[in-house]
Each structure stands twice: as C-alpha cells, then as structure tokens.
Write a protein that binds this ligand. Structure first.
Ligand code: GEM
Ligand code: ZN
Length: 405
C-alpha cells in the first residue's frame, strides 16, 4: 500500500505508514505561504478491501480549522465521479475511515479541477466560431493566463466579466465556469445565443494556474493571496491579477462575478459591494435583481445566509469584487459555493459537487439575462435608499483578514 501526491493538484505529507491501512498524514502549507494550509489531494494504491484509517494529524492547524466540523472528504476511483466518505474531526485530527473498492483511490478536500481539463475546456470552447481564447499574460511560473471571449465586442454591447479560482483550492469555482462556458458555446442554447446580440463575455476560468498545480488553498507561487492584490498588483508577485486588470481597462466592465468556495458556510451565496465608497441605490437595486433571479433559476441558491454585510465604507478594495465594482461603477458580486454540502438541499452521497457547481454556473447566465437591460439604464423607479436588508444571514466570517501569505 502507498500514498502519493506528486501530481497536478496533489498535496499531503505522509508522516508514517502504520500498516494495515493506517496512515499518519499532515497538511502541507501553500507555496511560500506558511499561513495557508487546508487543501489536500492524494492517491492511495494497493488498499482494495482494506479498512483504512487516514489521519491528518495537523488539521487543527489549518487556515480554517473549524471548517472541518461537519465536513466529509471527497473520494474518486476514476477522477470523474466524486463521492463523500466517512470523516471525523476532533478539533485536532481529521480522520478518513474508508475501505476502498479498487486498487487506486484519490481523496481530496474538494473534487480537483486538473490543468489538462482546463486546457481541454478552452480547446472545446474555441471550436465555437463566436468564441475566442486568448492568452493575456503569464503566472509567476509562466503558465498561460487564458481568457475566453464569447461574442463580438461592439458599440453598445455590455461587457460581462467572470473570474474564478483566485484561490486555487476553491476548485468548485472552475467547475462553475465550465458550466457557464459550456452553455455559452452551445449553438443550440437559444437563450445564450440571444444574449450575444447584446453582450460580450470575458471569462477567466483559472486565475491562479500555479497555485492549482501546486495544490495550494489560497496562494499563488509567490505566496500572494490574489484576492488581496487588486489595489496594487505587481508583475513580480501577482502578475495574474495585473494582466486581468489591464484587460478590464481595455474592455470596460458592466457586470462582474468573482467565483469562490467557502470552507465554513454550507450554502451558495453572494457577497456584494455595500461597503464601497461609490455604492448607490442603483447598485443595490441591481444586486437585488441579480440575486432574486438566481434564486428563481436555481434551487441550490438562496439569499438568507451569507457573510455579514460590510459597513458603509468598509469594503475591502484589495478584493476583486470590491475593486472592480468601485472602479467601473458596476454590478459586482463575489459568488460563494460550499466545500461541505448545501444545507438547504443536502445530498448524502456527493455533498456539494462538480455537477452542482456546473449547474449553478449555467444558471448564472439566466441571472445575467434578467439583469442585462438594467445594468446601465436609469433605475425605473425611486428605490428605497435603505433597500431591503435581506441577506444579513448568519454566515460565518469570510476569508481571512490577515491575507498576505
Ligand atoms: C473572501 S471573498 C471576499 C468578499 N467579501 C465581501 N464581503 N465582499 C476572501 O477573499 O477572503 C472569501 C473567499 O475567499 O471565498
Ligand atoms: Zn476564495
């Protein structure tokens, strides 16, 4: 029996093989970022039929240790179908107890999104005549920053930008983009095709290629949390953000989504720009239209639970969602999906999954369609400046304040 993590997205430290399927393991920190550790992905070979106990002894020192409460690890025999396996957490040790049915099984914090799948997604999308894939820059280690452009830019066309996986371990974000891109590249999707007469889409499915390959949770290869680099991106430590910001300045932005995953909160939810200096009744109105539309189109989505709303002026402009919203005075949301399960619609076998992430991404297109005509128009009526305060959910704290790994 042996455990291996020397592959794209792999990350674990094997501390000891105790025999009879018992392994002592440890989470590895992100590249050049000791503060970030949570992601794990490794393959166990030769354990078919053996009751295995896989103990991650330092789970209590993870970036979000409390996020392991109520969490179940994902597993796969073929890298395509992922299911949840019995998992316990005692505040220090995370223990996976599983008897593999095959000689090869991979366990991960969430279903990985491998680089070769990323490249296949871009190749498949570019087969559609209305889709162009461009490289707009390079990561710290020189991997291509791929931009998928759907539709023809043109006067009066609205510019819809969507980015994913600034935090590379939040692989559900790239599954979401696969769902969205698949719809936009489908010639038989009448709604998607109709949208292309009024909008052009700029999509970055993987903002952090190096971090994904290294099996990082939040950092890029330079140890930077890219979602704290938007005020002052640098060519040396955050070229991934720099090249996307520069492209946004060339195209303009009328609607922005930055797609993430949340370790603690078992919900799908949105985080807006209510804390931005430029936040206005117009933007609150647009946020409500988009959010209510997503609720209507996808039963996994909800507007009751989420992060506490930012205080006026409390928006963190180092984050993509807040910086883009402020810079372009546009509707701008951070999209969150759970690492655990969706508490309003639990699925015992899979928990939250690639399939549910893809479906939510596909449904986001309907919310874009419902909001499109209002993005730059006048608000049709005076909005209550207080707006509705729904969404002040009981979610637990977002991300981490100390963010420079
Ligand atoms: C967050 S995303 C930050 C957005 N927050 C608000 N209130 N607009 C982060 O980057 O820490 C969580 C995540 O990474 O998913
Ligand atoms: Zn994130």
């Amino acid at each position: 029996m042996n455990i291996d993590a020397a592959f794209d997205g792999g990350s674990i430290e094997v501390v000891a093989d105790r025999g009879d399927g018992a392994f002592e393991l440890a989470l590895r920190p992100d590249t050049n970022a000791e503060d970030f550790r949570q992601w794990f992905c490794f393959t166990l070979r030769g354990a078919r039929g053996q009751a295995c106990t896989l103990t991650i002894g330092n789970a209590g020192q993870a970036t979000y240790p409390d996020a392991f409460e109520g969490y179940r690890a994902t597993a796969s025999y073929d890298g395509r179908r992922w299911f949840r396996v019995p998992t316990s957490f005692d505040g220090e040790r995370l223990v996976v107890s599983h008897t593999p049915r095959a000689d090869r099984v991979t366990y991960a914090y969430f279903a990985p999104y491998p680089w070769d799948r990323h490249e296949k997604l871009l190749r498949r999308a570019s087969r559609a005549p209305w889709v162009t894939v461009r490289t707009i820059g390079a990561s710290v280690e020189g991997r291509a920053m791929g931009l998928v452009v759907v539709g023809e830019p043109g006067d009066g066309k609205l510019r819809i930008w969507v980015t994913a996986r600034q935090h590379p371990g939040e692989t559900m974000a790239e599954w979401f983009l696969e769902g969205l891109i698949t719809r936009l590249a489908d010639e038989d999707d009448e709604h998607a095709q109709a949208l292309l007469g009024r909008a052009v889409f700029y999509l970055v499915p993987n903002m952090n290629p190096d971090g994904g390959v290294h099996g990082n949770l939040r950092a890029n290869a330079a140890g930077r949390n890219l979602n704290r680099a938007w005020l002052d991106p640098s060519a040396e430590t955050s070229p991934e953000v720099l090249c996307v910001r520069e492209e946004m300045e060339r195209t303009g932005v009328d609607l922005f989504l930055d797609v993430h995953g949340d370790e603690r909160n078992p919900y799908c939810f949105l985080a807006g720009c209510e804390g931005n200096p430029g936040y206005s009744p117009r933007l609150r109105f647009l946020e409500n239209v988009f959010e209510q539309s997503l609720c209507a189109h996808n039963s996994d989505f909800q507007d009751e639970y989420g992060y506490d709303r930012d205080e006026p002026g409390g928006g963190d402009l180092r984050t993509a969602g807040n910086w883009v919203g402020e810079r372009f005075d546009c509707l701008s949301y951070t999209v969150e999906m759970p690492f655990k399960d969706n508490a309003i619609a639990p699925d015992e076998e899979s928990g939250w999954s690639p399939e549910r992430s893809m479906h939510l991404g596909a449904c986001a297109l309907d919310a874009v369609a419902d909001t499109l005509d209002r993005l730059r128009g006048e608000i049709p009526f005076e909005t209550d400046s207080e707006g509705d305060d729904e969404g002040d959910g009981e979610g637990e704290g977002e991300g981490d304040d100390d963010d420079e790994g």
